[in-house]
Design a binder for this molecule. Structure first.
Ligand code: ATP
Length: 285
């Protein structure tokens, strides 16, 4: 299902959280990648019809978000960054309650199906208060799936999960991407690399890259270098270049950094990673 934004802007007082945001996305997983404060949550909240843009247009499935709010809500499943769960309820009771609030018909069947989709069917009668972070996040995704929406919006879903839970949640998202249009916001390059086909990077409210994940690395082609340096030289390198990685090695440092031209120290050019490209695009030190 197509999601389209045109010249979208959102200001909070004098602060522009989003500016000139235009994109069109279709099926599969699109990652929205950006540092804290980039505007990801603001954008997702606008798409989820929870926040009004200051200007610009958004349409989902051809429906204009200003005029067709209720219809659009039926097309969406939303997993916000922070959401409340009722610890004293069982997983089944929680989803049943959410289904009631959402006015979902054939609730029993929808709850059962959502539990199966996120792999929690054998925990249906367990209290939410006993769940791990990953299970809570999967239950959050289950509530987003209750109304069988074609579009899923998930805001920083892997934050706070341990590596095993993060891997499991990513696999779940990939499964979802086969049948849904998924927008996933994250500040982790690894989330993008392991789940999404398309990436839109946001920084200070503006799009900096929009394209295939596989092509994003090309942005840093010819700009990544490594050098072995004395620890005392690190500060100079950090002041001059964006350092993307640092390893201690037998009393020296192996530093990986970005430079548009031949660096002033002896260094070897290397192939970029997605992380290098992301740091190049955002220009963050
Ligand atoms: P994070 O990952 O930290 O949530 P983000 O990329 O999701 O970051 P947003 O939460 O969308 O970024 O915030 C973008 C900018 O808008 C920030 O400068 C933030 O302080 C500001 N902002 C967001 N919501 C509000 C609000 N309700 N009132 C005022 N300013 C806000």
């Amino acid at each position: 299902m197509e999601i389209k934004t045109e010249n979208l802007g959102k200001s909070y007082g004098k602060n522009w959280a989003l500016q000139k945001v235009s994109f069109t996305i279709g099926g599969g997983i699109t990652a929205l990648l950006g540092p804290n404060g980039a505007g990801k949550t603001t954008l997702l909240n606008i798409l989820a019809t929870l926040v009004q843009p200051t200007h610009g247009h958004v349409s989902i499935g051809g429906l204009d978000i200003q005029h067709k709010r209720q219809e659009i809500r039926r097309l969406l499943g939303f997993l916000p960054q922070e959401f409340g769960l009722y610890d004293s309820l069982t997983a089944y009771e929680f989803l049943d309650y959410m289904g009631l609030l959402k006015g979902i018909e054939h609730r029993k069947q929808c709850v059962q199906q959502a539990l199966e989709q996120v792999g929690l069917e054998s925990y249906a009668k367990h209290r939410v208060g006993t769940f791990s972070g990953g299970m809570r996040q999967r239950l959050g995704l289950a509530q987003a799936l209750l109304n069988k929406p074609p579009v899923l919006i998930v805001d920083e879903p892997t934050v706070g999960l341990d590596p095993a839970e993060r891997t499991r949640f990513r696999q779940l998202l990939i499964q979802m991407g086969a049948a849904h249009t998924v927008i996933l916001s994250t500040h982790l390059v690894e989330d993008v690399l392991l789940t999404a086909g398309r990436v839109i990077t946001l920084n200070a409210g503006q799009i900096q890259y929009d394209g295939k994940v596989s092509e994003m690395v090309n942005m840093a082609q010819g700009k990544v270098w490594t050098a072995r340096i004395a620890p005392s030289d690190l500060i100079i390198i950090q002041q001059k270049y964006i350092v993307t990685n640092l390893e201690a090695n037998e009393g020296t440092f192996i530093v990986r950094f970005l430079s548009d031209r031949n660096p002033s120290i002896q260094a070897e050019q290397v192939s970029p990673t997605l992380e290098d490209a992301y740091l190049f695009i955002t220009g963050k030190r």
